[in-house]
Design a protein around this ligand. Structure first.
Ligand code: SF4
Length: 87
């Protein structure tokens, strides 16, 4: 079984005819407009002392101030365990 290919098969197709840049630009504009929180710095599970994930998820992709929206295979980058740290 080729797990990466199997995983890819069940990912949503978010890149349409407008292309990858359109998806990225739209997401960033709407995230800013609606103050979307999805990065580790906004998550209750991030350890403030060293910015690691207390649930031990690899979080390098969600640490930058302006993280990538899609990975190299056009799969959305997000964390299903995100829990807002806001009140
Ligand atoms: S649960 Fe997800 S969003 Fe939250 S700190 Fe861990 S990797 Fe980041």
């Amino acid at each position: 079984m080729n797990l990466p290919k199997l995983r890819q098969r069940y990912q949503p197709r978010v890149v349409g005819p407008e292309g990858r840049d359109h998806v990225i630009d739209t997401f960033r504009a709407e995230a800013k407009q609606w103050r979307l929180q999805w990065r580790c710095d906004d998550c209750a599970y991030q350890s403030p002392s060293n910015r690691t994930c207390s649930l031990k998820w690899p979080n390098q992709m969600l640490l930058p101030d302006d993280p990538d929206v899609l990975d190299a295979a056009d799969v959305p980058i997000f964390c299903k365990a995100f829990e807002s740290s806001s009140d």
